[in-house]
Design a binder for this molecule. Structure first.
Ligand code: ZN
Length: 136
């Protein structure tokens, strides 16, 4: 099982890592390591032929799954569809979900859980270009 490590905490940021995603195993939530207040993020990996051992549903939070590698099947209630590296799947509240790896390589993914309907302004309406000395 991989672990999440907090690498740095600043006044305005937190930096955590689950390490290399190659060889990452299991499931790891990172909200506690970063102190995130708007969403929970987890990394997950399923070996060939494996599915999450249970279906689950959320009452208030939608989930957005991003498949990073591998391929498989995704089920939402009774609907089943193929997913693969690059897939982004949004799952609404109050429905059952599960995923299974069917590829020879493990399927790794990120799941971002946030309150359904909570996104207000974003990108063009929430962000603004700022002036700052570039120290990179
Ligand atoms: Zn969930």
């Amino acid at each position: 099982m991989s672990e999440v490590k907090t690498l740095a905490n600043g006044e305005k940021f937190s930096h955590a890592s689950v390490g290399s995603l190659h060889g990452f195993e299991g499931k790891q939530f990172v909200k506690d390591a970063t102190g995130a207040t708007s969403c929970e993020i987890s990394f997950g990996t399923l070996p060939t032929g494996a599915a999450v051992p249970f279906f689950h549903s959320h009452k208030e939070n939608e989930e957005n799954y991003i498949i990073l590698s591998g391929a498989g099947k995704f089920q939402v209630n009774d609907d089943v569809f193929d997913v693969a590296e690059g897939s982004v799947i949004r799952v609404a509240t109050n429905c059952d979900r599960n995923l299974k790896c069917t590829s020879a390589e493990p399927m790794s993914y990120i799941c971002i859980q946030a309150k359904e309907g909570s996104l207000g302004g974003y990108t063009m309406t929430d962000a603004e270009i700022t002036e700052r000395e570039n120290r990179l």
